[in-house]
Ligand binder design. Structure first.
Ligand code: GDP
Ligand code: ZN
Length: 318
């Protein structure tokens, strides 16, 4: 467990030490870089100073006793790798992950598949949001995403700006804690504003070029939804590189291959490449899995297997 010394931080009132003599449990509901806001089970909130690289994130449960903040074990951890290879924690203690896409800007190849695979491997339920459905021509994107993903995960077409299609997402989020990922500009902040009226996130500024705006001071916040459930807003990012995903996990979690569970491949460790008696290549041949989806899988498989080979080499050199 990570330990942090207490410091009073932020613009709010410093913590009253007399309140901290007993052990209290709470939830980090906002992260401001060098301080976190903790909501305690008795409803009280405190700003508590933490080290800049404490590793604590919004959604972490913490325990405070004798002026020391301990992070409690996490139920889930979702990680990603950026283009330079650095690993980042996307979220902790999340139940669901919404992958947001839109006609504009167009999706980066493989982003949605990687996010779904990573979420499933981390024990989260992924779902796909098709935003900006008010834009003419969105119908084509909705049908192609539905044919790729609807058999695997829920797909919600909506418009954050027009406020259409929000009900089914709110229903899905009831009793769950979620976060949205997606490339900059797909409308994640607009969606949070639409789902949690009153939070007033600055549209177009999350993780952006601008040095103003609340996201330069508030790294992340947890928002309770009036209809039940919680959403965490996190800074945007472009790359969802897979972290520690094995070829076996990829073969099991790739969206669209669920049908293969009904008919097993001949080999239990089949990676669905060129193995004889493979049910996936059978489904591709009969058109039940599209060639395009299968090619995306093969690209991810090559990447994951290269990562596995590299890890094995490192082991050897030890
Ligand atoms: P983020 O970078 O993913 O957080 O995206 P933003 O929420 O900042 O939105 C990026 C741009 O897309 C802004 O200009 C929004 O007004 C626009 N936008 C967001 N949602 C919608 C939508 O449902 N329809 C349309 N037409 N534009 C949208
Ligand atoms: Zn196979």
């Amino acid at each position: 467990m990570k330990k942090e010394r207490h410091k009073s931080g932020g613009s709010r009132k410093p913590v009253d030490p007399s309140r901290l003599r007993t052990t209290k449990e709470g939830l980090i509901i906002a992260h401001h870089g060098v301080s976190v806001e903790v909501l305690f089970s008795d409803g009280l909130r405190s700003m508590i100073g933490v080290k800049r690289r404490s590793g604590h994130v919004v959604g972490d449960r913490v325990q405070i006793s004798s002026e020391v903040l301990d992070r409690l074990p996490r139920t889930t951890e979702l990680r990603r790798r950026d283009a330079r290879g650095t690993v980042h924690l996307v979220g902790a203690n999340l139940d669901v992950l919404g992958v947001v896409t839109a006609m504009l800007p167009p999706a980066l190849p493989g982003f949605t598949d990687r996010a779904i695979v990573a979420a499933r491997a981390a024990d989260l339920h992924p779902f796909v949001v098709v935003n900006k459905c008010d834009l003419a021509g969105s119908g084509g994107l909705v049908s192609s995403l539905q044919s790729a993903y609807a058999g695997s995960v829920p797909v919600f077409p909506l418009s954050a700006v027009a406020g259409n299609g929000l009900g089914p997402v709110l229903d899905f989020l009831k009793g769950r804690r979620g976060a949205f990922v997606g490339i900059t500009g797909v409308g994640k902040s607009s969606l949070l504003n639409a789902l949690c009226p009153g939070i007033d996130l600055r549209v177009g500024e999350i993780g952006g070029i601008s040095n103003r705006g609340r996201h330069t001071t508030t790294v992340s916040t947890l928002h309770a939804l009036a209809s039940g459930g919680e959403l965490i807003d996190t800074p945007g990012f472009q790359d969802f590189g897979l972290v520690d995903i094995s070829a076996e996990e990829l073969a099991a979690y790739f969206p669209g291959f669920e049908k293969t569970r009904e008919v097993a491949c001949r080999f239990s460790d089949c990676r669905h490449r060129t193995e004889p008696g493979c049910s996936v290549t059978g489904l591709v041949a009969s058109g039940l899995v599209s060639k395009e989806r299968y090619e995306t899988y093969l690209e991810l498989l090559t990447e994951v297997q290269a990562g596995e080979a590299e890890a094995r080499q490192k082991e050897w050199k030890k």
